[in-house]
Design a protein around this ligand. Structure first.
Ligand code: THU
Length: 162
């Protein structure tokens, strides 16, 4: 019997103004994207902005549906849009933000499991360390470098091969 312990690493900033400039830019675009979220059921508007290796920025927001499971998270809207329009170009960083219509958000939220799984897929595909920026308007922000820090023990494409 052997017990394994894993460590995960993330960097915390007290305010988004302390983030590196390139991250601040993405965060601002993510907040803009959140304004166009379609979230009438949850009131939780999420925005995502990702930067590709060619410098192009693609944004997305959550799209809800009266048939709840038919909706999609902001991160996957952005990632699938980027993958479909810029096939083969790596996603290098993604900023994710949220605005709740009922209260201010002071703690960054972490992406759902399904979005993390999709981030792992593209990270593996393009052999890059994805930079994930989780930001709030006036509170703390967190930067995670590499999906092994957000989804350790992820399901990988290699498990499907012999
Ligand atoms: N949502 C996202 O867009 N991203 C996440 O990582 C978690 C949740 C959306 C889905 C739904 O529209 C709303 O937030 C509440 O769950």
């Amino acid at each position: 019997m052997k017990e394994n312990t894993f460590q995960i690493k993330m960097t915390q900033y007290d305010h988004r103004k302390e983030l590196p400039f390139a991250d601040q830019e993405l965060v601002n675009l993510a907040f803009e994207a959140a304004q166009n979220a379609y979230s009438p059921y949850s009131g939780f508007a999420v925005g995502a902005a990702l930067r590709l290796a060619n410098g192009v920025v693609v944004t997305g927001n959550n799209q809800e549906n009266a048939a709840y499971p038919s909706g999609l998270c902001a991160e996957r809207v952005a990632m699938f849009c980027a993958a479909s329009q810029y096939r083969g170009i790596a996603i290098e960083s993604i900023a994710i933000v949220a605005q709740n219509e009922n209260f201010d958000i002071h703690e960054p939220f972490t992406p759902c499991g399904a979005c993390r799984q999709v981030m792992v897929e593209y990270e593996q595909l393009h052999q890059v360390n994805l930079r994930v920026i989780l930001a709030t308007k006036s509170g703390k922000c967190v930067v995670v470098e590499g999906m092994e820090n957000l989804l350790p023990l992820a399901f990988l494409a290699k498990y499907l091969k012999e």
